[in-house]
Ligand binder design. Structure first.
Ligand SMILES: Cc1ncc(COP(=O)(O)O)c(C=O)c1O
Length: 361
């Protein structure tokens, strides 16, 4: 592949058009709950809001998390800002105590923003490779001893796998013993097909979450972090007061409304995701692709020969958007999001099948 065929995720984010099928960004195509729109005609708050986040939303979240009050939350611009601020706050506090270069453990393949975020915050990244999409605890245990933080993501983007509860409990234990921060990115916690979510807990746990996926509100940019470490929470608020300031207050009010809708909304979405999962998994297996069966979230990560040519050709010649596994630390794979309706999944698979067949011939 020549340099002028350079591929970046930014080329594809938000790209729509006649005939394009996007297995690209992880953006639910299903609508948010109707109740979320219903607040709009009467909404009148346009002043600055609390940096930490609106009280009603934090109170509602406190009811969902054990041993918490509204003080344990910061409402952010999506999970993205929660990840960024937490990492920068951890690195900052470490340096203030005289530390030099902090290290952060990443489970590879990882969500593609983790590596840049970790590096922007000044961490040296350390990697533990997943096996069949899951943490190998022995390797994790060896590497965590030299780190100040670790990022966990279950269910995972891009693998679609859900971590074993036993492993999560061992991680809770060792990180508590070592005093290592665990950033547990649970943005897909409501999209699990195999079991209930297991919430990692502990004095150094920072749970990251979002309204983007569960409530299909990606563009509203509402996420949050939850932590019982009050020093960290204070540091995050301090940083946010000099950077983005408050998260959009109308979006927070819409997110608050989402917390009040019946659980039926999430259950019904989950059924739709599961049937799409079955369809794409079966379709890819029939194409002879080597992939893990997703247990949560809405991604598959098959092995594909010459992935750069695949992603380039599929887009330019067949109008199908896919993401290079290389961006996620999986250079022999390609990521497909199945956040699109079944007709499109079917048509996309058909185009992929034809391309792969022609390539073989
Ligand atoms: C694992 C993971 N974390 C965080 C995010 C960012 O979510 P948000 O839209 O809340 O910023 C995403 C989005 O795709 C994701 O997949």
């Amino acid at each position: 592949m020549s340099e002028d065929r350079k591929l970046t995720a930014a080329m594809f984010i938000g790209v729509r058009g006649e005939g394009i099928i996007s297995f690209g960004s992880g953006q639910p195509d299903l609508p948010p709950p109707q109740e979320v729109y219903d607040i709009l005609p009467d909404y009148s708050g346009f002043k600055y809001g609390l940096i930490q986040g609106q009280e009603n939303l934090r109170d509602a979240l406190a009811k969902q998390y054990p041993r918490s009050t509204s003080d344990s939350f910061v409402i952010t611009n999506g999970a993205s800002e929660a990840l960024d601020l937490s990492l920068r706050a951890i690195a900052w506090l470490y340096r203030k105590k005289g530390g030099n270069k902090p290290r952060c453990l990443l489970c590879r393949p990882y969500y593609y923003s983790y590596l840049p975020l970790v590096e922007y915050a000044g961490f040296e990244p350390v990697f533990t490779d997943l096996q069949e999409g899951r943490i190998v605890y022995e390797d994790f245990e060896r590497k965590i001893k030299n780190c100040q933080a670790v990022l966990i993501n279950s269910p995972s983007n891009p693998t679609g796998r859900v971590e074993a509860i036993d492993t999560l409990k061992k991680i809770e234990k060792i990180t508590e013993e070592l005093g290592v921060y665990v950033l547990s990115d649970e943005v897909y916690k409501d999209l699990i097909y195999v079991r209930e979510n297991y919430l990692i807990k502990g004095p150094h746990v920072v749970t990251i979450n979002s309204f983007s996926k569960t409530f299909a509100m990606t563009g509203l940019r509402v996420g949050y972090l939850w932590s019982l470490d009050s020093d960290l929470v204070k540091m995050v608020i301090e940083m946010k007061s000099h950077t983005s300031m408050n998260t959009s207050i109308i979006a927070q009010e819409m997110a608050y409304t989402a917390t009040t809708v019946p659980k039926r909304y999430v259950d019904e979405q989950l059924k739709i995701w599961e049937s799409r999962r079955d369809m794409i998994y079966k379709g890819m297996a029939e194409l002879g692709l080597d992939l893990w069966k997703p247990e949560g979230a809405f991604y598959v990560l098959p092995k594909i020969a010459n992935p750069r040519d695949f992603v380039w050709d599929m887009f330019h010649d067949h109008k199908v958007i896919t993401y290079l596994g290389e961006w996620f630390g999986a250079p022999d794979r390609v990521r497909f999001s199945y956040a699109l309706d079944v007709d499109k999944i079917e048509e996309g698979l058909d185009r992929v099948g034809k391309y792969l067949k022609a390539r073989k011939a």
